[in-house]
Ligand binder design. Structure first.
Ligand SMILES: C[S@@+](CC[C@H](N)C(=O)[O-])C[C@H]1O[C@@H](n2cnc3c(N)ncnc32)[C@H](O)[C@@H]1O
Length: 447
């Protein structure tokens, strides 16, 4: 029994440690999630900044395009001006040439006239002059045509440059648009990825929580892996249990494998003192309690209180019970059997009863926390009792020993708090009494 209990306690401790580690892992994951969220926010800020930069770049490109267009316009204007100047120059040259030709023609005509007059060949000369004029006009026409052609090609070139500029602008615009689109898509993808990551993390957290719940359930199942009957020995002594087993109400064995003949012994756990244990406690362990106050921590059915009423002369018997149902039951019994003159039950957690513990002369602690509290809660309750139950000379009855109770919680017994007093267990209390269970009762005195 002890071995099984020890193993169960060890497993409980291990499971608690595992659960603590898992809780720490969960806390770390939460911190990581927070950090990831911060990273996402930073990324979003970066994206916004990048978008602003892209917009600024676009603006700058637009400005540059406008500047370039203005330059092209200026060049165009300059070209036109230059062309006009050239035309004017050419016209001037042509005028000069024509003037010179006219002068020359005049001179020639005069000379010819004189010659014609003299040589009577005026008609021929005239023809020649006419021919020359015609040639000159033809040359002028050709020149004018050439100038016109040049002007046309220049205008054409200007037009082409303009078209090219427009095409370039459109291409740049399209490139910028594409870049922006790509950036937007990338941003969206990144956001989606982050969202997916967060969703995955949330799913993982949920899974971990479920796993923890499952582990807790497994742990509870493990704790209960060996079926145990909870039979208060104050209510049913060994003979009564035997007769209940005989008439089939209770069984001392359970089937390990349905359909097979294999059976195993059931564990029986009592959550209260038996009548023989109560007699041993009040008649053999504790001194005369006249004028003293006894507090039973976790009074359950009230066994210690009734036992104290019958077997001791304690002036006050106080029961402390956390379960309302048990408090009600005890109060009903106290009323029914008129025990209220010395017995009282308080519905409270022991950890809230500082004054009561400070004034107690005898404190009874029979397996109070072991089956009813988590180890961390047990530790908290024990620390409270060690700090509060300090009245020098007051007595503490503990089942099992303090070393065992605190050792199971890996809590050291505070040196200088209590000293163990010897108990004579070699007492015959009838065939009902169980010497092993009597040996579990330990007596201490507060130093
Ligand atoms: C093993 S029984 C005690 C039996 C009783 N003292 C006796 O010997 O007959 C433990 C009882 O302690 C109660 N209990 C557990 N934790 C408690 C707490 N923190 N304060 C008061 N009662 C508590 C439980 O409800 C349970 O009824």
């Amino acid at each position: 029994m002890m071995m099984v209990m020890m193993m169960t306690k060890m497993m409980t401790k291990m499971m608690m440690m595992m659960m603590k580690v898992m809780m720490k892992v969960m806390v770390m994951m939460m911190v990581m999630m927070k950090m990831m969220m911060m990273v996402v926010m930073m990324k979003v800020m970066m994206m916004v900044m990048m978008m602003m930069m892209v917009m600024m770049m676009m603006m700058m490109m637009k400005v540059m395009m406008i500047v370039m267009m203005m330059m092209v316009m200026m060049m165009k204007v300059m070209m036109i001006v230059m062309m006009m100047m050239m035309m004017v120059m050419m016209m001037k040259v042509m005028m000069i040439v024509m003037m010179m030709m006219m002068v020359m023609m005049m001179v020639m005509m005069v000379m010819m006239m004189t010659k014609m007059m003299t040589k009577m060949m005026m008609m021929k000369v005239m023809m020649k002059v006419m021919m020359m004029v015609m040639v000159m006009m033809k040359m002028m026409m050709v020149m004018m045509m050439k100038v016109m052609m040049m002007m046309m090609t220049m205008v054409m070139m200007m037009m082409m440059m303009k078209v090219m500029m427009i095409v370039m602008m459109m291409m740049v615009m399209m490139m910028v648009m594409m870049m922006m689109m790509m950036m937007m898509v990338m941003m969206m993808m990144m956001m989606m990825m982050k969202l997916m990551m967060m969703v995955m993390m949330m799913v993982m957290m949920k899974m971990m929580t479920k796993m923890m719940m499952m582990m807790k359930v497994l742990f509870q199942i493990q704790q209960c892996s060996r079926p145990t009957l909870h039979v208060d020995s104050f209510l049913y002594d060994e003979d009564q249990v035997d007769s209940l087993c005989e008439n089939g109400t209770l069984s001392r064995t359970f089937c390990l494998n349905c359909g097979s003949q294999r059976t195993a012994a059931l564990d029986f756990v009592s959550h209260s003192f038996s009548i023989s244990e109560l007699r041993f406690l009040f008649q053999n362990i504790l001194p005369d309690l006249s004028g003293r106050t006894l507090v039973d921590v976790g009074s359950r059915l009230g066994a210690v209180l009734y036992g104290g009423y019958v077997y001791s002369s304690a002036s006050r018997l106080l029961g402390l019970e956390i379960s309302e149902e048990f408090v009600q039951l005890q109060n009903e019994m106290l009323q029914k059997y008129r025990l209220t003159d010395r017995v009282q039950v308080v519905h409270a957690d022991v950890c809230t009863q500082e004054v009561l513990l400070q004034n107690a002369d005898v404190l009874i602690m029979n397996n109070v926390f072991e089956y009813f509290m988590e180890p961390s809660e047990q530790m908290r309750a024990w620390r409270f009792i060690i700090q509060t139950f300090r009245k020098s000379g007051s007595l503490l009855v503990s089942v099992p020993s303090l070393q065992e109770s605190l050792g199971a919680l890996q809590e050291a017994l505070l040196p200088g708090w209590v000293e163990e007093l010897p108990v004579d267990y070699n007492v015959y209390l009838g065939r009902d009494s169980d010497p092993d269970s009597l040996r579990q009762i330990h007596l201490y005195r507060v130093m």
